[in-house]
Design a protein around this ligand. Structure first.
Ligand code: SF4
Length: 208
């Protein structure tokens, strides 16, 4: 098996998915952060269905902070884990309001102090909204990195994040994030990946 090079990795991803972008519908920083929190363990498509009503009813951090919990639960019920998610987005809005924020801060430490926001959510938000030098590792990115030995098989997401950043060097993390998710969703799927036509098959530990 040949070790994959940075150039062939990035050029094939660009060939397949150079136009990949965030699949969540949002108009501002508030809507993006809440959508990312809601997207845990569900699809972006199903999040977009519930946020239409959610954001038309609660247009700001302030409005969501004083929302009725049962009403928020009703709106987001179709996405699953809705009880926890409803509680978290109200608590997160409350905390931002208490801290005096009218917008979502460009600050990792503040973000991860919010209910429902962990390392991945904070990194995805900062990279997507502020183009920050952060890389959120989701299940697709983790799987692809390991199959191509960019990160070791037992690496934690923090280790995978570090290895991937070292590997791609100065390439845009935001673009990388979207292209790798698209590749993981469409070609390098968890089950039945499309290995026959994949240009990485000589670099892959998993190839079928
Ligand atoms: S050869 Fe198959 S498993 Fe390996 S990267 Fe390509 S699609 Fe994924």
């Amino acid at each position: 098996m040949e070790k994959i090079s940075r150039e062939s990795f990035l050029s094939y991803l660009e060939e397949l998915h150079s136009d990949a972008k965030c699949a969540l519908d949002y108009n501002n920083d508030y809507e993006l952060l809440i959508s990312i929190i809601l997207s845990a363990q569900t699809t972006d498509k199903s999040v977009n269905k519930v946020t239409k009503e959610l954001f038309s009813k609660y247009k700001t951090i302030e409005e969501l902070s004083s929302a009725d919990l049962e009403e928020v639960e009703r709106i987001i019920k179709p996405i699953g884990l809705y009880k926890n998610k409803a509680k978290n987005i109200i608590l997160a809005s409350n905390k931002l309001k208490e801290l005096g924020y009218k917008n979502i801060p460009n600050d990792y430490e503040t973000l991860i102090s919010l209910d429902g926001v962990g390392r991945k959510t904070a990194n995805v938000f900062l990279s997507e909204y502020y183009d920050a030098n952060t890389l959120g590792i989701d299940t697709h990115i983790d799987r692809v990195s390991k199959r191509l030995s960019i990160s070791p098989p037992n690496a934690t997401t923090i280790e995978t994040e570090k290895k991937l950043k070292e590997f791609v060097k100065d390439f845009s993390y935001k673009k990388l994030h979207h292209m790798m998710i698209a590749f993981g969703r469409n070609e390098c799927k968890a089950q039945n990946p499309l290995c026959e036509t994949c240009k990485f098959k000589n670099n892959c530990t998993y190839k079928k």
